[in-house]
Design a protein around this ligand. Structure first.
Ligand SMILES: *Cc1c(COP(=O)(O)O)cnc(C)c1O
Length: 449
């Protein structure tokens, strides 16, 4: 007991938590996690919780998964890490082979880094320099969508567009053209989904028309903008932007950091509309939620633009200390193999159906304005007034209140403002999914009554 209190005090004294107002944090008792199993995590007091957000959207096959544990141990007995700068290693080669087989044949060059933000930085720098190397010097600008989230490093926040996260750093960012977010529930253009004909695409085309010759790439989160509020794009949106990029000679960067590895019901979200991007960023689920690893996968065409004589300095001057880390790659290989072994995607159908049925039901709640789902991801948008769509005031922390309530019932969630995010490990059983959704419904009703 003394130990627990000591750790809790020490955490408050010396840890600065991410995306956390520490003044609030130190007023509360931190939940310290000590163990995980399947879709559950256990705190230091022995209480188990369903990991309703897959440990910040990373876990796929559950915690303490035998096969991944073994793959890591096996690799550890050989070597933990050697550099990819000037050396190659076995797991990084075998993983790259698996990845390009999973993705499309057109994307066949794998650049390693270690988190989603760096995967995005790499993509941005590749896209930018691609045009420079081709001698088309004017294409230097990026386009991204409102409500986009691409990570927290400076390049990634420059293409991000969530005011409360990004506003403070504006002076440090490069300029980016922002196209409207396909946020149908609160359409920026004032349209109604039933009759809009996806007018936000015309806005994007307007930007391409006016500035196409300055634009090197468009970066998007395919099918769903996650951190921006679990905003699911209308069907046809993604394929339409692919066509526009091709027509205006603009690279398409698909940031699949959150959506990759089955989260949307397909291995990659781009598959929903048979879209092949020019660059794809992957991280979060890549190691099944075990280790930090990321890849930026590019086309042959982009790769070739960087080939040249040594003194031409066409080299891609980017790399990280832990690039291609062997343990991470071994975990990722095991994670990919598990998709087949466990029939992870095939087994999703029933769970997705369950989630969608629940979504219809929860839509009926007085405080629920909209529910958006794709695959095994969902966002429940809370509103004070359903008719006017008036949100709960920021300071009321309604999302947080509900998440704290449901935590007492044994479900761990983390909201995005007024949006309750639901993203359990793909391996969750139907039974546990049902229990989790029931608890969430109860908490929504209780807290908003
Ligand atoms: C989480 C996320 C990132 C950033 O990944 P980190 O590993 O947290 O740096 C980038 N893009 C998207 C779409 C994400 O959801």
């Amino acid at each position: 007991m003394e130990d627990i209190e000591y750790l809790q005090k020490l955490d408050k004294d010396i840890i600065w938590h991410p995306f956390t107002q520490m003044k609030d944090w130190i007023r509360q008792t931190p939940t310290i996690i000590t163990e995980g199993r399947d879709c559950f995590i256990k705190d230091i007091n022995g209480k188990w919780y369903i990991d309703g957000i897959s440990s910040m959207w990373v876990n796929i096959h559950g915690h303490n998964k035998k096969e991944i544990n073994e793959a890591i141990t096996k690799q550890l007995e050989k070597i933990a890490h050697s550099t990819l700068l000037g050396l190659a290693n076995e797991p990084s080669i075998l993983l790259a082979e698996k990845l390009i087989m999973l993705i499309s044949g057109k994307l066949n060059k794998v650049f390693y880094s270690d988190n989603g933000s760096t995967a995005v930085e790499v993509a941005l720098k590749m896209a930018f320099q691609y045009w420079q190397h081709r001698g088309i010097k004017g294409k230097t600008a990026f386009v991204s969508l409102k409500n986009a989230y691409h990570g927290d490093t400076l390049g990634a926040i420059s293409v991000g567009a969530i005011d409360i996260f990004h506003e403070a750093f504006k002076p440090l960012m490069f300029n980016v053209f922002n196209a409207p977010s396909p946020y149908c529930y609160r359409c920026e253009l004032g349209f109604n989904r039933a009759s809009c004909d996806i007018a936000c695409i015309d806005e994007l085309e307007g930007i391409f028309k006016r500035h196409g010759r300055e634009i090197c790439a468009l970066i998007v989160e395919p099918m769903i903008q996650c951190a921006g509020g679990m905003i699911v794009a209308p069907s046809g949106y993604l394929s339409a932007i692919r066509q526009l990029c091709t027509r205006y000679d603009i690279l398409l960067i698909a940031d699949e950091v959150a959506t990759g590895f089955g989260r949307t019901g397909r291995m990659f979200a781009c598959e929903h509309e048979a879209v092949v991007p020019d660059i794809m960023c992957l991280s979060k689920g890549i190691t099944g939620g075990y280790l930090p690893l990321a890849v930026t996968v590019a086309t042959e065409d982009i790769y070739r633009a960087f080939l040249g004589e040594y003194e031409e300095l066409k080299t891609f001057f980017h790399g990280h200390s832990y690039t291609g880390n062997q343990i991470g790659c071994a975990a990722a290989i095991s994670c990919i193999e598990l998709f087949e072994k466990d029939s992870t995607l095939n087994k999703l159908a029933g769970k997705v159906e369950l989630l969608n049925r629940w979504a219809e039901e929860v839509k009926g709640c007085r405080a629920v304005g909209d529910v958006r789902t794709i695959g095994l991801m969902a966002g429940v948008e809370l509103v004070m007034d359903k008719d006017t769509k008036r949100p709960y005031p920021f300071e009321q922390k309604m999302g947080w209140q509900i998440c704290l309530d449901v935590r007492r019932r044994g479900v761990f969630l983390r909201p995005l403002g007024n949006i309750i995010v639901i993203m359990p490990p793909l391996a969750i059983s139907e039974e546990n999914l049902k229990v989790m959704l029931e608890h969430i419904m109860t908490s929504i009703l209780e807290v908003t009554k």
